[in-house]
Design a protein. Structure first.
Length: 256
């Protein structure tokens, strides 16, 4: 019988420190969350009828408010919440890629594999094992540089080989870094007071009195701003968000 993705992970050593989690959203949605200091689980089309809160492991991968046209509307700009690694203990499901993108990823993963073959039920060690097994280090995971390819994995492990193909494929495709970012699902709301460690956002967010009042309730938080340049598509700022998260994780010795 072919070995499962879980079998592959069981044999993998965890990579370094456990990384922080991220939740990216638009500035409008971020303000609503900060007013109540809570991230809420919402109805999910992929896992109906579940209500889920989606996070990513170590990378600000989600791109909110994607648009084909440029605008100068600050409310659409991306904001990234960086959350304490302890939140992993609350995970209800972990998937090694964006679960909603599975139909696009299936050709790379290979025949006879379904999304369920990659789902991991709430194991807080799983993300570090995925990183250890495929990337060998947190730095390589953050930089999207797999350390092994499908040809390095025995043919008796089709799910692991398929995942290696997916994250190692360099071709042009209608997707983004979410194909190689570990998704963390929570089936409950997440209060932010004790777990919010950083926010990446345009300076205008940190000048808002409502936001500043809310952030006083968060004892250990870093405010990381990125510059804006007038009319751009919201997703054009994605690499600036990545840069700020990289700086934060480096300051927390995540890549040592």
């Amino acid at each position: 019988m072919p070995l499962t993705f879980h079998d592959f992970l069981d044999a993998a050593d965890p990579a370094g420190r456990t990384l922080h989690l991220t939740h990216s959203t638009s500035m409008n949605a971020a303000i609503a969350a900060l007013e109540q200091l809570i991230l809420r689980a919402t109805p999910c089309k992929v896992y109906e009828p579940e209500e889920l809160l989606y996070l990513f492991y170590g990378r600000p991968a989600y791109k909110p408010a994607r648009a084909d046209h440029a605008a100068d509307i600050p409310e659409l700009l991306p904001v990234c919440f960086v959350l304490d690694p302890q939140v992993l203990k609350r995970a209800s499901r972990i998937v090694p890629f964006d679960s909603g993108g599975f139909p696009r990823y299936h050709p790379f993963l290979g025949p006879d594999l379904e999304r369920e073959d990659f789902e991991i039920e709430g194991d807080p060690t799983a993300p570090a094992r995925i990183v250890g097994g495929l990337y060998r280090s947190n730095r390589r995971y953050f930089d999207q540089q797999p350390a092994i390819s499908a040809s390095d994995i025995p043919v008796s492990r089709p799910a692991a080989r398929g995942y290696a193909r997916l994250i190692g494929d360099p071709s042009l495709a209608d997707d983004d870094d979410r194909r190689a970012s570990i998704e963390i699902q929570l089936d409950t709301d997440l209060p932010l007071q004790d777990v919010l460690r950083a926010i990446v956002a345009p300076p205008i967010l940190f000048e808002d009195p409502v936001v500043l009042a809310a952030l006083k309730e968060c004892p250990d938080i870093n405010l990381l701003s990125y510059p804006t340049y007038g009319r751009h598509r919201p997703q054009d700022y994605s690499l600036l968000v990545y840069d700020r998260v990289d700086t934060f994780l480096t300051s927390r010795a995540a890549f040592e």
